[in-house]
Design a protein around this ligand. Structure first.
Ligand SMILES: Cc1ncc(COP(=O)(O)O)c(C=O)c1O
Length: 445
């Protein structure tokens, strides 16, 4: 690694030419402090930093890498596709195959439109919902992140049914009035909102398992209740499965939990680590999209052949190999061992886990919504993060994100994670601080 600049030097150079030195804010380590690591390469479960350190990666590029880094089948599919031409701006066989595969694996999808990111998929789904209903109002949940479009960078206001507040400057006031924000898992609040706003409501959008306030699973009946209330209001139910699509099974979480949304947003895993997004749903709504319908949506690189090839290789592998039971086993092992080790060390930790997704919160109570998540002690988390990093474990550099077990992690990787966790819990420089209710940087990918 002799010719490789250090993370520190690269970050200093980056800050001179890239705002904050990064191309997506959470990478800057603001939530945990310190200098971000720059990555030189990844293979399987391991990353190598620009400083030549090997780390076991539990961030997985924020979700796409269910097969780990540089999986041979993905790499050869990408190489073959690239050798045939990287972009045509015209239709290709691969797009048809990916759309067919998604429709097969998601029984309630008749049509798929490929886009370039999760953000674009949500923008498209909401435009469709508004066209379909002839209404403007969108209901979202506090702590759910749906990308960086204006209409969704909105957090809860001071009370239920009050206007939300923008989580970024540059959001037009007019946009705020068309997004309603309610607490996750609070069906009664949704019922109240529907009672007041039914005739204005275009869509209810939700992460069916929330991953952007740390992991928060839906309470029993929450998603089915949303389905009922959306029907009652005549609104479109949108499941944002950008994280959960193909993460917990070879399909969507909607299919796994038996609640059928109208539209599904996908991204991350379906592109195997290359930029992609998709909206999937019934023909009755999807065929509103141009060129058959009157809802405009387009993209120079949409359905890009290299991204499609990486996505197809990834999806074929997870369908063939079914890594999901193993991911869930390892996730469960991590949760149980983390809770036991924390208790033995006298620390207040709550580990949320579903399948191979998990978040370690520094709070004693279960986390069911953003308010609960913000009770986590973010200073304790920051010290924990750095202790893990010092032990060779790379986690998402924020309390309010999800860690992922991939198919490339071995039992040994999990044991190394747990040994590092045990060490962090014994680390006297990680104080158990009084609960200060740190603010999440949830809208921050
Ligand atoms: C649930 C969810 N929706 C949408 C997005 C936006 O996707 P992208 O970053 O590809 O625009 C993200 C990103 O993390 C996400 O987690």
């Amino acid at each position: 690694m002799a010719d490789m600049a250090s993370s520190h030097d690269l970050f200093e150079r980056a800050k001179r030419v890239i705002p904050g030195g990064v191309n997506s804010p959470v990478r800057a380590f603001h939530a945990v402090g310190g200098t971000p690591v720059f990555i030189a390469s990844g293979r399987g479960s391991r990353l190598v930093t620009s400083d030549g350190r090997e780390l076991i990666d539990f961030c997985g590029s924020w979700g796409p890498l269910i097969l780990g880094h540089a999986h041979p089948e993905v790499v050869s599919a990408v190489a073959a596709a690239a050798a045939n031409g990287t972009s045509f701006g015209a239709a290709t066989q691969g797009e048809v195959e990916l759309a067919e595969l998604l429709c097969r694996q998601i029984p309630y999808a008749d049509r798929v439109r490929l886009v370039n990111s999760g953000t674009e998929s949500v923008m498209t789904a909401l435009r469709l919902a508004r066209a379909h209903t002839g209404r403007d109002l969108i209901l979202k949940f506090d702590g759910c992140y749906h990308g960086h479009a204006d209409q969704l960078l909105v957090a809860a206001g001071s009370g239920l049914l009050t206007q939300g507040v923008a989580t970024s400057q540059g959001i037009p006031q007019a946009v705020l009035t068309s997004t309603l924000v309610l607490p996750y898992n609070d069906l009664a609040a949704v019922g109240q909102a529907v009672a007041v706003h039914a005739d204005k409501l275009a869509a209810i959008i939700v992460e069916p398992v929330a991953g952007n306030m740390g992991l928060v699973a839906p309470a029993p009946g929450f998603l089915a209740g949303l389905r009922k209330l959306a029907d009652q209001a005549g609104a479109v139910l949108v499941f944002d499965e950008v994280i959960t699509g193909f993460r917990l099974g070879p399909t969507t979480y909607g299919k796994l939990c038996g609640v059928t949304p109208d539209l599904t947003c996908l991204g991350k895993i379906i592109g195997g680590g290359l930029p992609i997004g998709a909206v999937a749903g019934p023909a009755g709504i999807m065929d509103r999209l141009a060129p058959v319908g009157d809802v405009y949506q387009a993209g120079t690189l949409s359905g890009n052949p290299v991204a499609v090839a990486a996505g197809l290789a990834t999806l074929h592998a997870v369908i063939r190999d079914n890594p999901y039971p193993r991911l869930a086993e390892r996730g469960t092992r991590i949760r149980q061992a983390v809770m036991a080790a924390a208790a033995a060390a006298g620390r207040t930790v709550y580990c949320a886990q579903l399948g191979g997704m998990f978040t370690i919160f520094f709070t004693p109570a279960a986390v069911g919504n953003k308010q609960d998540a913000t009770r986590s002690n973010t200073q304790e988390h920051a010290r924990f993060f750095h202790s893990m990093l010092d032990s060779g474990i790379y986690l998402p550099p924020s309390q309010f994100e999800v860690a992922f077990v991939s198919a490339a992690h071995s039992d040994e990787d999990v044991e190394l994670f747990l040994a590092a966790f045990g060490k962090a819990m014994q680390d006297s420089t990680i104080p158990t601080l009084p609960d200060k209710g740190g603010q999440p940087i949830a809208e921050d990918i």
